[in-house]
Design a protein around this ligand. Structure first.
Ligand SMILES: Cc1cc2nc3c(=O)[nH]c(=O)nc-3n(C[C@H](O)[C@H](O)[C@H](O)COP(=O)(O)O)c2cc1C
Ligand code: SF4
Ligand code: SF4
Length: 281
């Protein structure tokens, strides 16, 4: 074999860290990891896993939904707990949103740069709405992403794959530049207690509750305690609506919303569209 003809090719190893309350972002993270399967790549759910050792990976993906024009508190805290890395690591950002992503991308980029990540690509994908107050008014965006958004997403995935191949060949990848659309500049994240305030207090319809305990197990902020029935700790609640959305019996309601607007989990049509555009089986 002629060694001169062999390219210097190092298998670079990656991890995609994601947060998701109703599954849109989790599904994207899963599909991206399959699409990028030329590289050994792990998945890490921020809700249940501690931060991984950044030195164990050559590149990182970070995926999150937009909440109130910014990042969910869980994602902010999780990323802040990653130690500042001595040697920069490549990273890409994936955001899902339904209508206005605000300044979430810039917030994400700055947060990661402060930990010495070198952001080489980022994308924001329009997805079905998961915020019950909007869904209850008919803003469900169930057909999102449309054909244009899907094409842009595929372009992002292809460019990302090419960049990672270049990185594995030892080439230096430059930092990505992000331009927010004009409208997004006007929407920066409000303080998170507003989210809790607009949700209102939570109540339980005990006749409907099947005492499965899922709400307490899955609250990202440990704000539900399972006694005989769930008890809500309003001082820790961040108003993410996960318990309301995901309760299989729709037994949870709030001072402002009852019995409508649920987005229990990612729709099959969304899942199929993403798998199809990335040509995954
Ligand atoms: C509490 C809450 C706040 C949200 N805020 C925004 C927002 O500010 N802008 C936006 O475009 N979408 C917003 N959304 C919609 C989600 O970002 C979108 O549906 C996302 O794909 C959900 O991802 P997940 O299923 O992985 O949790 C919000 C959803 C929730 C539940
Ligand atoms: S998820 Fe719903 S049914 Fe299950 S314990 Fe919580 S409130 Fe009850
Ligand atoms: S109690 Fe419900 S709305 Fe509040 S943080 Fe937990 S899952 Fe989210």
């Amino acid at each position: 074999m002629n060694n001169m003809n062999l390219k210097q090719h190092k298998k670079i190893k990656g991890i995609i860290c994601y947060f998701s309350t109703t599954g849109n972002t989790a599904h994207l993270a899963y599909c991206l990891s399959s699409y990028l399967s030329d590289f050994p790549i792990e998945l890490c759910d921020m809700s249940v896993n501690p931060t991984p050792n950044p030195l164990h990976y050559d590149f990182f993906g970070f995926a999150s939904p937009v909440e109130f024009f910014g990042l969910p508190p869980k994602v902010l805290d999780w990323i802040k707990s990653i130690p500042v890395i001595s040697k920069p690591r490549y990273a890409f950002i994936m955001l899902t949103h339904s209508s206005i992503s605000g300044t979430a991308m810039i917030q994400f980029k700055e947060l990661l740069q402060a930990r010495n990540f070198n952001i080489i690509a980022g994308h924001t994908l329009k997805c079905p709405e998961s915020y019950p107050p909007l869904r209850s008014k008919g803003f469900t965006f169930s057909n999102a992403p449309g054909p244009g958004s899907l094409k842009r997403f595929l372009m992002f995935a292809k460019i990302l794959k090419d960049l990672l191949h270049s990185a594995s060949e030892g080439r230096v990848i430059l930092e990505a530049k992000f331009r927010l659309s004009f409208i997004n500049y006007f929407f920066s994240p409000p303080g998170r207690n507003i989210a809790h305030h607009v949700m209102g207090f939570k109540y339980l319809d005990a006749k409907q509750c099947v005492q499965c305990g899922l709400c307490a197990r899955d609250c990202p902020y440990s704000a539900i305690h399972m006694m005989e029935y769930p008890k809500f700790d309003e001082t820790h609640c961040k108003g993410c609506w996960k318990c309301y959305n995901r309760c299989p019996a729709e037994a949870i309601y709030t001072s402002y919303l009852k019995g409508k607007g649920h987005y229990q989990e990612t729709s099959e049509s969304f899942k199929n569209k993403i798998s199809k555009i990335l040509s995954l089986k």
